[in-house]
Design a protein around this ligand. Structure first.
Ligand SMILES: Cc1ncc(COP(=O)(O)O)c(C=O)c1O
Length: 306
């Protein structure tokens, strides 16, 4: 999702596949007064261009950003706001890490590993902020793991390069791990985290070896979500469930080796908006899609030459 807004008058460009898969999220926004358009749309010049180049596409965060930026820059008084990727968003989300650290410190708990899902990287960046600070200053060591979908694997299969943050190539370039701004994840992907790139700050930390990244397939993510829901009584968002998958896997490894480890993971949201995806999983209709090397090469080869 990306928004252009003027006070309370807010225009939201919602990735088309999310608009269809997450009707309740869409309706919550409309109830609060937002005008929600599935992206890419015919309502903007860049949307029409994307649709001409990718007929029938179900969209991506990169497309929604292009459309919202066009509306914000062409409509008097409007501003554009992005909810992930950029440094100010990571800074804003550092409240998650600060509160987590304060709670852990209060009870004298030090995590051995910190796991978070990574779409554009803001929730993970926020969660790890104070811990990474300690790690960089050599005060403490933590194993930090970013978890991304196998269908949109920017950290694990992308390249560290300058790229556009949006599909329409109207935003400034950022140096980041990227699959190329023309990469659009397959339509059957229901677990969110659909951005082609990754926060520049996290990209640099990953590049310099301060954190790890793994990718997971969506059916195994929903298996973890189901297990978590049944044990904890909390229905997690599919995005958060990427982190849950790896937290469970790491806990199982500890069980095998007999090592005791404290695992911290980010639970970023509720799954009540994603019941269409849960329904697909429950009905056995969910499948995995992993892009081929050839597919990725196509969008990576189209990176701007800097
Ligand atoms: C519930 C939830 N968690 C996590 C994310 C991932 O966001 P990011 O990696 O950009 O912080 C999203 C993104 O849409 C989300 O909806």
């Amino acid at each position: 999702m990306a928004c252009a807004y003027l006070g309370l008058d807010c225009k939201v460009y919602m990735v088309k596949v999310s608009y269809e898969q997450k009707p309740f999220r869409r309706e919550v926004m409309r109830t609060y007064g937002a005008d929600v358009t599935p992206s890419p749309s015919e309502t903007t010049e860049v949307g029409r261009k994307i649709l001409a180049e990718h007929p029938g596409t179900t969209g991506s965060l990169g497309c929604a950003i292009s459309e919202a930026v066009e509306v914000a820059t062409h409509t008097p008084g409007y501003r554009y706001v992005l909810g992930s990727v950029l440094n100010q968003v990571l800074l804003h989300q550092s409240v998650i890490g600060l509160e987590t650290k304060a709670a852990l410190d209060k009870y004298g708990i030090k995590p051995d590993m910190i796991i978070g899902c990574a779409g554009g990287g803001s929730n993970l960046g926020g969660l790890i902020a104070p811990f990474m600070g300690e790690k960089l200053r050599g005060e403490n060591d933590y194993r930090i793991i970013a978890v991304e979908p196998a269908s949109c694997p920017s950290f694990t299969r992308g390249v560290f390069a300058y790229d556009f943050c949006d599909t329409g190539m109207i935003c400034p370039l950022a140096k980041m791990y990227t699959l190329g701004s023309s990469f659009i994840p397959s339509a059957n992907h229901a677990g969110g985290l659909r951005f082609h790139g990754m926060s520049s700050t996290l990209s640099q930390l990953y590049h310099d070896g301060y954190m790890e990244a793994v990718s997971v397939e969506q059916t195994s993510v929903f298996e973890a979500a189901e297990q978590f829901a049944r044990i904890e009584g909390i229905l997690p968002a599919p995005e958060s469930s990427h982190a849950i998958r790896v937290a469970i896997d790491e806990a199982l490894k500890c069980k095998e080796t007999g090592e005791e480890k404290t695992i911290l993971f980010g639970l970023t949201g509720t799954g009540y908006f994603d019941l269409v995806a849960y329904q697909k999983f429950n009905d056995g209709e969910m499948s995995d899609y992993i892009p081929t090397d050839e597919e990725l090469k196509k969008s990576i080869d189209a990176l701007p030459k800097v």
